[in-house]
Design a protein. Structure first.
Length: 158
């Protein structure tokens, strides 16, 4: 009988451990989301990109250390691999990297503030290129890679 009492305790304990792990995972996701928000730079910047042998160019709306949103009426399908080239504005350094389209936004009639385009996650930076981009984002954010909740609240109020 002692074995029967121990067995249910082990089974009951497993979900609790799982919940603790998912709570840690949820907290981690929130931190990543806040970190991503802090690293974005709203910018109008020409981006050259190549996909499936076709060379294209469009403007990005924002740029961060992890990716870029490219404004385009003809976004590539999610999962598309692309080669990107862009120049960091205040340094005039050219960045050449690879990326993957991770999300697509289509135009929606009646929503002029919603811009068609694609979110591209950077895949292949050299150490020097990553440092150039991080330095640009730090300069833009006044010496910080991340923003605090109060910084974001101030930006909304202003």
């Amino acid at each position: 009988m002692a074995a029967k009492k121990n067995s249910p305790a082990v089974v009951k304990g497993a979900p609790r451990a799982k919940k603790a792990n998912s709570a840690v995972k949820d907290a981690s996701a929130n931190t990543e989301a806040e970190d991503r928000l802090g690293r974005r730079v709203p910018i109008h910047l020409l981006v050259d990109y190549k996909a499936d042998g076709t060379y294209l160019f469009d403007f990005c709306r924002d740029l961060g250390t992890g990716g870029v949103f490219i404004q385009t009426a003809k976004p590539l399908p999610t999962g598309s691999s692309i080669d990107l080239t862009f120049t960091i504005p205040d340094s005039k350094e050219t960045v050449i990297t690879k990326g993957t389209v991770i999300w697509v936004q289509s135009a929606i009639e009646g929503k002029k503030d919603l811009v068609a385009g694609m979110g591209v996650q950077f895949d292949g930076f050299s150490v020097d290129q990553r440092r150039l981009l991080e330095d640009f984002v730090v300069r833009y954010h006044g010496g910080r890679l991340t923003t605090t909740a109060s910084d974001r609240m101030g930006k909304r109020a202003g």
